[in-house]
Write a protein that binds this ligand. Sequence first.
Ligand code: ADP
Ligand code: ASP
Ligand code: MG
Length: 413
Amino acid sequence: MALIVQKFGGTSVGDIARIKNVAKKVKAELDKKNQVIVVVSAMSGVTNQLVAYCNEVSSLTKDESLSEYDSIVATGEQITCGLLALELQSIGYKSRSFLGWQIPLTTDEVHSKARIEAIDGDYLRAQLKEYDVIVIAGFQGVNKKTNRVATLGRGGSDTSAVAIAAAVKADLCDIYTDVDGVYTTDPRITSKARKLNKVTYEEMLEMAYSGSKVLQTRSVAMAMAHNVRVRVLSSFAEASETSGTILVNNDEEIMERRVITGISYSKNDVQITLVKMPDHPGLSANIFGALAAKEVNVDMIVQNISADGKSVDITFTIGKDEIERAKLAIESVKGEVKYEKLLVNEDIAKISVIGVGMISHSGVAHTMFKTLADKGINLLLISTSEIKISVLIGKEYGELAVRVLHDAYGLDK
Ligand code: ADP
Ligand code: ASP
Ligand code: MG
């Protein structure tokens, strides 16, 4: 008997027929005499609608507005976990739903993208003695200090599922979604995308971080830290031992190694440039300290010193939904950071090529730059890690860049 956490995303619970389909997937595991904990997202589109309502009444820049935002956007999952528990009852199981605070799944105070602090795994295991199957609302927890509802950032149900799997020491965390696994790139961008049977945690972390939203970045980091076995698979296909994509520890588990494993694409970044600042030690610390204090995540950073060495420009990228808070943060250090202009460029796309094979192969960057240059695509920013190269380009070239790079690295073969 294995203990399995099954997570179902928005499309998988998108209407009543699909919730009934999910109940069948749960039943299949119970029939195999496995113990099951289910984590669900809101019906697809619901969270977006709730976020849109919030944006209509608030700029959401203050902490107190973000905790209200959380109590609103968390409601989508309350509906689906209740409906699934009800359906499971209808087909003969003893089942109940749990909201984050009822477990409790406690978080820190960063509303709208709170981090999980603790989950009472013993309590959940005890519930499995009471019930045939329990259903948990993903994406939500409770702020430990204030007792208010907190959410884990968009796509956060993945992280709920992995964290719960870690807390109850589950044998497997199955992430059911609308694609049958992790692909070499988003299959919506090119039909040449190929399903990967295995991907390393490290690669998946970089892919998720740079825009492959099939898994939330934090869920991968959590799986890596707690050694949770994670599989991504479709809720619309028949599951078998070989279906989906499994996250693995290292390269050696992947026999057929390529230089590049995947290409990620993000349209959610903005580029901010602070122009002509008098240079002094501590300038960057001032800027990025203020951004960190407002919980703004910064991705790429480039600093340019003028030819005479007196002034600098700093360019960095952040998430689109953080522009207002970033502006407030920078405004708050205007006394020390005397920039002439603040430029915001939203018309950008970030393309990243990822692969552990990069460590032992040269020429990966050259292939990327040459391929893009041949299409007349200009690079605005470049950043690299051991297993990733990211470039910022004009938004209009995003999908084209993914397709030509996919071909250039032979990912379809
Ligand atoms: P869910 O609602 O189940 O959490 P998401 O929409 O969050 O589903 O994530 C699944 C989507 O991720 C897919 O429909 C696909 O378009 C997108 N995606 C982006 N990159 C990839 C990739 N490399 N492999 C698979 N899917 C990807
Ligand atoms: N419903 C939430 C969202 O749309 C959480 C999730 O789907 O994982 O972001
Ligand atoms: Mg998701």
